[in-house]
Write a protein that binds this ligand. Structure first.
Ligand code: GLN
Length: 201
């Protein structure tokens, strides 16, 4: 199975390692043509403002939306989750408080939702569908402050939704790629297999 990882900036190598350990063939995506023939794509953690600028520079916004429309499965982690959201709060003032996003997930995402004091932390987190908690790494992490009607919350930290799913779009505020636990990557590969079998039917 060939899976893409958006490789403009951020923790894409760590995702690549996890996917390869599970037997997937990985393609780093930097140009629109790199999406050809892929069914799954991970948008990694990093800095969403930088990634958004690079998506414009590499003319990737529309090709990513088209990838979704033709049946693609997406997973955004942290900054990647911000890129998927319908609405982004907390964009830098120098950008007029506005940050472009793909709008493939009916949520409002609040950047840096956990404040400066607890800017980065690791905590055990229960996730719907997984047996036993993951060690969730939060680094200047966002949270999903509004969750649309068709969006399933898979994990919460206190009041905050930190992992959600809407059909073929999955988003986590934390970084599973920075731990040794491959269960969420395995679940993502499972979703791709499912999407492929639907497409063939
Ligand atoms: N705060 C970062 C952003 O808004 C995300 C941090 C991360 O991906 N670890 O892009």
């Amino acid at each position: 199975m060939k899976v893409g990882v958006l490789a403009l900036q951020g923790a894409f190598r760590e995702h690549r390692r996890h996917l390869e350990a599970l037997g997937a063939e990985v393609r780093e995506v930097r140009l629109p043509a790199d999406l050809n023939g892929l069914v799954g794509l991970i948008l990694p953690g990093g800095e969403s403002t930088t990634m958004a600028r690079l998506l414009s520079e590499y003319a990737l916004w529309e090709p990513l939306a088209a990838f979704y429309r033709r049946g693609g499965v997406l997973w955004g982690t942290c900054a990647g989750a911000i890129l998927l959201a319908a609405e982004v709060l907390g964009a830098p003032p120098q950008d007029g408080g506005f940050q472009r996003s793909l709008g493939l997930l009916e949520v409002t995402v609040q950047r840096n939702a956990f404040g400066r004091q607890v800017d980065s932390f690791t905590t055990p987190l229960e996730i719907a569908g997984l047996d036993g908690p993951v060690e969730a790494v939060f680094i200047r992490a966002p949270a999903f402050s509004r969750v649309g009607a068709g969006v399933e919350v898979l994990a919460r930290l206190g009041e905050q939704a930190v992992m959600v799913r809407q059909g073929r779009v999955l988003a986590s505020a934390f970084h599973p790629e920075l731990t040794r636990d491959g269960r969420l990557h395995a679940a993502f590969l499972g979703q791709i297999t499912e999407a492929q079998s639907v497409a063939v039917r």
